[in-house]
Design a protein around this ligand. Structure first.
Ligand code: SF4
Length: 393
């Protein structure tokens, strides 16, 4: 069950209960002779298991952690800590990494939401405490929080949003000065990355956890958004194998359950309809995202594809994708597949201006944008697309 909760300043032990991933949080259970087996089986740890199950299921339902977990209310700091360990143990034993990634998103967002919602000195002190423990010190100053340049680069590098690029920061003598909200966002990313790493477990431990928590793991699997193995829309018009490397990489990122930047999500949603995808196919492309929410995705896809009276947004050009680090031609050292590393001659030698140009040159059919007076064009198969304001099918 989930409720809204107003944050209150934390004493040192509550800090570890609220942020159980921080080094030092294990001090909460010092003196308790717990083991993996006792945590999984003994009645003394029943409340920790119940809270751990609640935080796992809450994340499966709502990775954006809009609501807090009601079972947290009144839970002692050591129970919170053990519930966190229990959740990590169960998710590290899950057959698929997707629930762990989704949980990492929810837990990190819950932490950053709390940090954002605090005010004044309390906010600055809690950000400082969390940042110190994560070895990325931040210090309060009259006009915000300051973080060393080297730490800023490390924390912000995985955040692809343009607002976090170094050139847009207030850089002063080796430190970056941030608003507290941005500092909380940086810490969110650091927490997410930490929690998304599965803890190494011996095979016999995995077997034990799977046996003891089979019902919970089944429930989690049932609540996860299912990737839909559909690759074409409207009778085979869509040709994913002819997509440019940048778009292929964006789709793979989502399919692997990894995060894709806002700019990447927009580029993909704007590209797919022009390549012939219907609304349902576009929504399906996002199902693997760790923070996937079906209703929000449908709303956003509808907004992008029906913008300006049904014409839809124009997909970003290569130069724009390059500026967001999304062009496969740039940063090729991080390319994940042989296809990315093959230096596709169309991208590397022809100096394309637009991903749709690539798709067309490879033999794909590009759907023209609609007339704002008449709405979006028919799909290449002749079926009418969704009208503005209608719910995407
Ligand atoms: S050159 Fe253009 S089409 Fe090719 S990977 Fe880069 S952004 Fe995509």
């Amino acid at each position: 069950m989930a409720v809204h909760r107003a944050p209150a300043p934390l004493d040192p032990s509550s800090l570890y209960g609220e942020y159980p991933f921080l080094p030092g949080a294990e001090s909460l259970v010092r003196g308790q002779a717990w083991t993996v087996r006792t945590l999984l089986e003994e009645p003394a740890y029943g409340s920790a298991r119940a809270l751990g199950r609640a935080r796992i299921l809450a994340a499966a339902d709502d990775p954006r952690a809009v609501k807090d977990v009601a079972e947290f209310a009144g839970a002692a700091a050591d129970v919170r800590y053990l519930s966190f360990l229990f959740a990590r143990l169960v998710l590290a034993s899950a057959p698929s990494p997707a629930p762990l990634r989704r949980w990492a998103v929810a837990e990190s967002k819950r932490s950053s939401t709390r940090l954002e919602s605090l005010r004044g000195t309390e906010q600055a002190e809690e950000i400082e405490a969390v940042a110190d423990a994560l070895l990325s010190p931040m210090r309060a100053r009259a006009d915000g929080m300051e973080v060393a340049l080297v730490d800023y680069v490390r924390l912000a590098t995985p955040i692809r949003e343009a607002d976090y690029r170094l050139v847009r920061q207030d850089l002063r003598r080796g430190v970056v000065v941030l608003r507290p909200k941005r500092a909380a966002r940086l810490l969110e990313e650091a927490i997410r990355r930490t929690l998304a790493q599965p803890i190494p477990l011996a095979p016999e431990v995995v077997t034990l956890v799977r046996e003891r928590e089979a019902e919970l793991l089944g429930e989690v699997a049932a609540r996860m958004p299912l990737p839909v193995a559909r690759s074409s829309a409207g009778g085979g018009v869509l040709r994913p194998e002819r997509f440019p490397p940048c778009i292929r990489k964006m789709r793979r990122t989502l399919q692997k359950g990894e995060n894709l930047s806002h700019a990447g999500r927009f580029a993909l949603a704007a590209f797919l309809p022009r390549a012939g995808a219907d609304a349902e196919t576009i929504v399906d492309a996002y199902r693997g995202a760790p923070d996937f929410d079906e209703s929000i995705t449908r709303y956003q896809v509808e907004h992008i594809t029906h913008h300006a009276g049904g014409v839809g947004y124009e997909p970003p050009e290569c130069e724009t994708l390059r500026s967001h680090g999304l062009c496969a031609r740039e940063g090729d050292a991080t390319a994940e597949s042989p296809a990315d590393r093959s230096r596709d001659p169309l991208c590397f030698e022809e100096r394309l201006r637009h991903p749709l140009q690539y798709y067309r040159l490879r033999g794909g059919t590009v759907v023209e944008r609609g007339d704002p007076e008449t709405g979006p064009p028919s799909t290449p198969t002749g079926g009418a697309r969704d009208r503005p304001g209608s719910r995407a099918r």
